[in-house]
Design a protein. Sequence first.
Lengths: 111, 115
Amino acid sequence: SQQGEEDPQALSIQEGENATMNCSYKTSINNLQWYRQNSGRGLVHLILIRSNEREKHSGRLRVTLDTSKKSSSLLITASRAADTASYFCATDSGSARQLTFGSGTQLTVLP
Amino acid sequence: DAGVIQSPRHEVTEMGQEVTLRCKPISGHNSLFWYRQTMMRGLELLIYFNNNVPIDDSGMPEDRFSAKMPNASFSTLKIQPSEPRDSAVYFCASSFQGISNQPQHFGDGTRLSIL
């Protein structure tokens, strides 16, 4: 079973708007990572947030982590058509040294 | 710096045939992962290696699937015999695993179709 579940499954917005995607997970984690997947390509790492961090920024990306609620959110500000992709959260739950990926959010940014 | 390289990019074959997927990880990475992605099941971890040793193969669906990593720069995933339900995109990823997990770098996958 998958550790992370993204919400919503699909999101369609206009260029310039902000996009927010959420991820919920079930067990305690060491860190949580967000990845992007363009159609026909592999996943690309975007950002990693550790369990003792609450917020992290990278360019137009902002990630928050609430370990008490076992949830994370990814905010993309001032979206562009090139941001159209699927976005996945992945949890690192410790000694297993492997990631468990969620089911993804399909983001469409309309020009 | 070259990323993770997978071959072939596409494979179409008839059921019962042997299929071999190949992966060259990023130089210096010590962990390699094989995933399968389908619409129904999402991204599933099949097996991962650390320092060329298989650590967890609990995701390998059946004995028809096998994976090897003979050295730090090459891995194969083999399906024999193949079945139509094996049709999926297979990804290889690599990373450097030290004290904490580092991000994984994915190849562009092999799109496998079993007829």
